[in-house]
Design a protein around this ligand. Structure first.
Ligand code: FAD
Length: 423
């Protein structure tokens, strides 16, 4: 069985027993395909609603983005409230954003209810890379306040930013206490344990090779199959392989993270004094946080070829040292990459194919939204689809260029935005 990527997370994972491979014919009410946050949350919520559930994972639980991510709980969507209002109007935007903003609490409730040891910490600081980004944050906060009475966040001036991040690079930012950060692999493994306790049968090393979306649904693996009333497609970056009709809707892009050696506690405190996670406002962003043992976990950099760099730590290091010159030469203990499922407009895509449900294309904002997605999918199965449809009705456009050309066209687009970051 393919092990987890050799990351800091794999090295500090809580024990979780290997689950069997699917062999033979099985039946359930629901078959979930993919054992990341989306699939695990959908399986858990469906089991709690009384469905019998089988979850198929191609590798190991948390093997995909969920077990490798930056672990940042970033509030909201990638569109501002004003952009959403331009598309959806005021009242639908208010409904959508209050639903999306409930996602952080859902994660915190799950962690508390199942006593998941995943180093949860509170607070997310959005650092302004340019003065005009701080102005945009101010406008966003005004809109959120006006629309929802949102009071979880506040603007931090340049003079006060060292309360949150010890870097010379920024022009202030926004601190949002609805955000936070966690050990993502341990959160995934905790959800999986909760799912097992709720009666979900999990099969690892059991890739679904084909899914028939008829009545009943049938998912076939190399050595078995599951027949069910509903399927949940939760394979994110690999969704195109599973549902070819969706292949042009997302683009897998590899992103790289490093974890330094544990830092002296006083040095760690000076980097992020409140312990809040930080992400900057550049299009090609840097994002970072402290682990429970005071390592800096840092993600960033621009890499447009799907081929991984020969030296991942050497690739990420310059971005880290630009943000924190005081860490020049710091020892890096772990370096890894993972696949981020992007959509063209950076909004997630929810939908149905026959009796199957899908939710994917988190575009780097999946840590909190995925738990909500699982809840909404289970509600939609029970016939309560209003909240699922709020997300399913978001605009979705395919990447231009088909399977062959979408990557070169995407690279051209990214280079344009990366250039704008530098101006
Ligand atoms: C390096 C990195 C950093 C990130 N940082 C952040 C962050 O800080 N904050 C944030 O909000 N988001 C972040 N993200 C994004 C976030 O991790 C994802 O949006 C989220 O984990 C997606 O969860 P998922 O369950 O939908 O997909 P995944 O976690 O990718 O799970 C999909 C699973 O499906 C399995 N699978 C694939 N094909 C099949 C098949 N045919 N049959 C069975 N199983 C299959 C895969 O093995 C995988 O385990 C990051 C992602 C990466 C890669």
């Amino acid at each position: 069985m393919e092990p987890h990527a050799p990351s800091y997370y794999a090295a500090s994972a809580n024990p979780f027993p290997v689950q069997p491979r699917l062999v033979g014919e099985e039946q359930a009410d629901v078959v979930v395909i993919g054992g990341g946050f989306t699939g695990l949350s959908a399986a858990l919520h469906a089991a709690e609603a009384g469905y019998s559930v089988i979850l198929l994972e191609a590798k190991r639980i948390g093997w995909g983005a969920s077990g490798r991510s930056g672990g940042q709980m970033i509030p909201g969507l990638r569109w501002s409230a004003d952009e959403l209002m331009g598309e959806l109007g005021r009242s639908r935007t208010a409904e959508l954003l209050s639903l999306v903003n409930s996602a952080g609490d859902l994660v915190r409730q799950r962690i508390a209810r199942h006593a998941i040891a995943c180093d949860l910490r509170h607070g997310h600081f959005h650092a302004a890379a340019k003065p005009k980004h701080l102005e945009a944050m101010r406008r966003e906060l005004d809109s959120l306040h006006d629309l929802l009475g949102y009071s979880g966040a506040s603007i931090v001036s340049k003079a006060d930013q060292t309360d949150f991040v010890g870097s010379p690079l920024y022009h202030g930012g926004m601190i949002d206490m609805n955000g936070g950060h966690l050990h993502p692999l341990n959160y995934a493994l905790g959800l999986a344990s909760a799912a097992l306790n709720a009666g979900v049968r999990i099969f690892e090393d059991s890739a679904a090779l084909q899914v028939d979306h008829g009545t009943p649904v049938r998912a076939a693996t190399a050595q078995g199959s599951v027949t069910a009333r509903h399927a949940v497609l939760a394979a994110d970056s690999w969704m195109g392989d599973l549902a070819p009709g969706l292949a042009r809707m997302t683009m897998p892009v590899i992103n790289y993270n490093v974890a330094t050696a544990p830092l002296d506690p006083a040095l760690a405190l000076s980097l992020m004094p409140t312990g809040a996670a930080v992400a900057d406002s550049r299009f090609v962003l840097n994002y970072y946080r402290l682990s429970a043992d005071n390592r800096l976990i840092f993600g960033g950099g621009e890499k447009y070829s799907p081929r991984p760099p020969a030296d991942v730590a050497g690739f990420v290091r310059p971005y880290l040292e630009q943000v924190f010159p005081q860490l020049k030469g710091v020892a890096i203990d772990y370096a890894w990459g993972g696949s981020v499922g992007l959509t063209l407009n950076r909004l997630p895509q929810f939908g149905r194919i026959g009796n199957s449900f899908y939710a994917h294309g988190w575009s780097g904002h999946g840590v909190v939204l995925t738990t909500l997605a699982g809840d909404l999918i289970a509600q939609a199965m029970r016939g309560q689809a209003e909240r699922f449809d709020l997300l399913a009705d978001l605009p979705a456009r395919p990447f231009p260029g088909g399977k062959m050309l979408r990557h070169p066209l995407y690279v051209a687009g990214m280079l344009y935005y990366a250039l704008r970051d530098r101006l």
